[in-house]
Design a protein around this ligand. Structure first.
Ligand SMILES: [Fe+2]
Length: 301
């Protein structure tokens, strides 16, 4: 199916079209991408220039940089004076975007779990990655090391590239595509190994760095890979191209909206886990969609 360019998947948020916070939460949970022409929170031109200047000093960044707000730890950056500045910039970005989301999406305030942030300096087009790690194939997100146990994955992005848009393809939301797909395809994760599951649970309980995944998390990890492997889904499912212009910001539930990054570099991103009890439309949350589908009773959280 050809990619559409005029998308029903995106809602542009402007100062003239302000809605109630609950309405924005509903739209996001139903699979819309909310887009802002400019960052709706402070982010200085100086900081953007610093991040971009790194390309002129000899490809200092050779991988994505990740930031863990809970422990204030930056990973993936080379040591040196610039590292401190980079740490400060990503820390401030994380704080500002979190503060904004807490008021813009007020029903979530106080309930959001702050996950990792990242700086993505690499050009996405043509990256040479193994199939399951490729970003240019439609997929829904699931984190191998951070199970959500039914919580949803909300991500906010900022394109600091002054010259090029970040280009995504997005597909139909989870509550629309999964029932159709399940109707004609068998998507069944391999059975869990009870001994391994018990070991993981024990390890996690005594503080070892092993993820204690619920069957829901296992299913979402399996689906992530299955979608990337499935040529028919990649080529035939409806999809829309979205171009996020220089300086723009957008947010989306990436566990529910199939997405693929086709091109772009220099983006900042912050991830939030929104627990089930904070959702305003829990009926379209992936865990509940899976519960409703026949044969999915085993998807426990
Ligand atoms: Fe993703």
């Amino acid at each position: 199916m050809p990619t559409n360019t005029s998308s029903p998947a995106v809602i542009e948020v402007t100062p003239y079209t302000q809605q109630q916070p609950r309405w924005y939460c509903e739209q996001l949970e139903h699979g819309k991408v909310l887009s802002f022409r400019k960052a709706p929170f402070p982010f200085s031109e100086d900081d953007a220039r610093f991040l971009l200047s790194q390309k002129q000093t000899g490809s200092r960044f050779h991988k994505n940089i990740s930031y863990r707000p809970a422990s204030d730890v930056l990973k993936g950056a080379d040591p040196g004076a610039d590292r401190e500045r980079l740490h400060t910039i990503v820390r401030n970005f994380s704080r500002e975007v979190t503060q904004f989301i807490s008021s813009f999406l007020a029903p979530y305030a106080g309930k959001l779990k702050l996950d990792f942030a990242s700086f993505r300096p690499l050009e996405e087009q043509g990256r040479d990655l193994p199939l399951h790690k490729r970003n240019d194939l439609l997929h829904v997100d699931a984190f191998p090391t951070r199970p959500t146990r039914g919580g949803r994955i909300l991500r906010a992005f900022l394109n600091i590239n002054p010259a090029a848009s970040r280009v995504w393809n997005v597909g139909e939301p989870f509550h629309e595509f999964l029932p159709k797909l399940k109707h004609r395809e068998v998507i069944t994760p391999p059975p869990r190994n009870p001994a391994l599951t018990a070991l993981r649970k024990l390890g996690s309980r005594i503080g070892l760095p092993v993820p204690d995944r619920a069957p829901y998390d296992e299913y979402m990890l399996f689906l992530h890979d299955w979608l990337k492997e499935n040529t028919d889904f990649q080529t035939s499912s409806p999809k829309w191209e979205l171009q996020f212009a220089p300086g723009s910001c957008w947010m989306v539930y990436t566990d529910g909206v199939p997405h693929a990054v086709m091109s772009g570099r220099y983006a900042l991103e912050q991830t939030f886990i929104v627990p089930a009890q904070a959702l305003v439309s829990p009926e379209v949350a992936p865990v509940n969609v899976l519960h409703k589908i026949a044969g999915m009773e085993a998807i426990q959280i």
